[in-house]
Design a protein around this ligand. Structure first.
Ligand SMILES: Nc1ncnc2c1ncn2[C@@H]1O[C@H](COP(=O)(O)OP(=O)(O)OP(=O)(O)O)[C@@H](O)[C@H]1O
Length: 453
């Protein structure tokens, strides 16, 4: 049985006698916590208290009902607002209901009874919603939504700190890192640690959708908008409403669509393809890319204005080969989980297997490591997983030198990093050894190209 939280009601009514009457009636339910405000301003200032229900007098001394309702709905879209008016006016009633009011009552001898019934109904709906949310949270935690991000390397600890900070607000987050470094996992972690955890998490991979379909996938379309649009389709943005939209491989978005996305994000309204009605939405945006987005901007392939709109809080995931002993920690957890899920007796990595894992560059990062150790677990004959059981392919060359497939910039970073590691993070000594400016090294550290353990 879930605990019953008090049902918080705000009564906004400037007539003191009538306001107290409402407070008294609503306070007869011991589970109600009722507060009265005589002005719109006083109520709006206290919205941070997250009321569950608001009764709003249409004619307040400092604002009209429409204005107050709009401001309440902008800040707390989920709260139900009941408008109470001194006189019957069908036009006003319709307009308030259109703006999202729950109901419209005229002050008469039946108001208190009708109010009591309405509050009872809203309270029951809110309780069911809370229970539903709690169950979804539990299911989410059990079935992967709350999958932990493993890693003890300082760079990964820093990532964890940034995730926790990002989760506290709705700031846009841009995650970067090579393929398989865990960008989607980070996006999910932010979502499931945030207050939106029980609302949708919608992931869209820009690289996976045919170019001509991206627009309707994101923004939706009306029936008949184009050949093949046989029915109306809600876009992914609308689908994510209230929750989080994760746009993976954002650098693959066409320039023309970049302009449209920017407009939609700025206006917080989307119009389906072939439609003419703007639909307001509220989503937290997380974007990811394995490319250097700034370089894409410089090359003219990504709009600068969109880049700044999306940058928000940047989280850079280091490649697995730069996470030291994390590779072993991850490997052991993957082996243990795989054995458990497949009813196999527990299996251990031999020293030889551990050494080979440490030495492998893992161009496919954590995804590759997981596949490798899971296959090795299947291939191993006994309780031990030996080096020869590991299907390690000669991956992308990461060595430094003329034959390397790394870019000049990546090779430079690798050289400076290895010197930094060797010299225990002594920037001045590294600068002297490599004949480069210390500020260059500090800048690379600040931009998280280098790490100092
Ligand atoms: N730190 C980690 N701890 C545990 N599992 C991880 C970690 N990082 C990645 N994984 C796992 O590795 C796999 C790949 O992760 P994910 O899909 O998040 O990577 P990605 O960077 O989004 O990849 P891509 O660039 O190809 O889209 C997933 O199975 C994920 O659960």
């Amino acid at each position: 049985m879930m605990p019953t939280l008090p049902f918080k009601i705000f009564v906004v009514e400037d007539n003191e006698w009538y306001g107290e009457l409402l407070v008294h009636r609503l306070g007869q339910n011991p589970n109600h916590s009722v507060h009265r405000f005589a002005t719109a301003k006083a109520c709006l200032e206290q919205l941070g208290e997250q009321p569950d229900f608001i009764t709003l007098d249409y004619s307040l001394p400092d604002a009209k009902g429409e204005q107050v309702l709009r401001q309440i709905k902008e800040r707390l879209p989920g709260v139900e607002v009941l408008v109470i008016s001194g006189q019957e006016d069908v036009g006003t009633a319709v307009s308030m209901l259109r703006q999202g009011a729950y109901d419209y009552l005229v002050k008469d001898e039946n108001t208190l009874d009708r109010l009591w019934n309405i509050v009872g109904k809203v309270e029951q709906q809110a309780r069911l919603r809370r229970e539903n949310n709690q169950l979804r949270r539990q299911i989410g935690a059990r079935y992967g939504a709350g999958q932990p991000i493993l890693g003890e390397h300082p760079t990964m600890q820093h990532v964890q700190t940034l995730i926790a900070k990002a989760a506290r607000t709705t700031i846009t987050v841009s995650v970067s890192g090579e393929t398989g470094t865990g960008k989607e996992l980070v996006a999910k972690a932010i979502h499931f640690q945030s207050s939106r955890a029980t609302l949708p998490f919608v992931a869209v991979n820009m690289a996976a959708i045919p170019r001509e379909l991206v627009e309707s996938e994101l923004f939706g379309h009306e029936k008949g908008a184009f050949t093949g649009a046989v029915a109306r389709r809600v876009g992914r943005l609308e689908e994510a409403n209230g929750g989080t939209l994760f746009l993976d491989e954002i650098a693959d978005l066409d320039l023309s669509l970049q302009a449209k996305l920017l407009r939609v994000l700025q206006e917080r309204e989307v119009t389906r393809v072939g439609g003419n009605q703007a639909i307001a939405f509220d989503v937290r945006l997380i974007v990811a890319t394995h490319r250097d987005l700034l370089a894409e901007v410089q090359a003219g392939r990504f709009r600068e204005d969109l880049y700044y709109r999306l940058l928000g809080l940047p989280i850079a995931l280091p490649p697995l080969r730069q996470r030291g002993a994390d590779v072993l920690l991850l490997a052991e957890v993957f082996v243990r989980d795989f054995c458990y899920q497949n009813n196999l007796p527990p299996r251990q990595l031999t020293d030889d297997a551990r050494e080979r894992l440490r030495a492998h560059p893992f161009p496919g990062n954590v995804r590759e490591l997981k596949a490798v150790v899971e296959l090795a677990t299947v291939l191993a004959d006994g309780d031990l997983i030996d080096g020869d059981d590991l299907p390690l392919r000669a991956g992308r060359a990461t060595t430094i030198g003329p034959g390397s497939q790394l870019s000049l910039r990546e090779q430079t970073t690798a050289i400076v990093q290895s010197c930094l590691d060797e010299m225990d993070g002594d920037v001045l000594a590294v600068a002297a050894r490599l004949h480069i400016g210390k500020s260059t090294i500090y800048r690379m550290i600040q931009q998280q190209e280098l790490r100092v353990s």
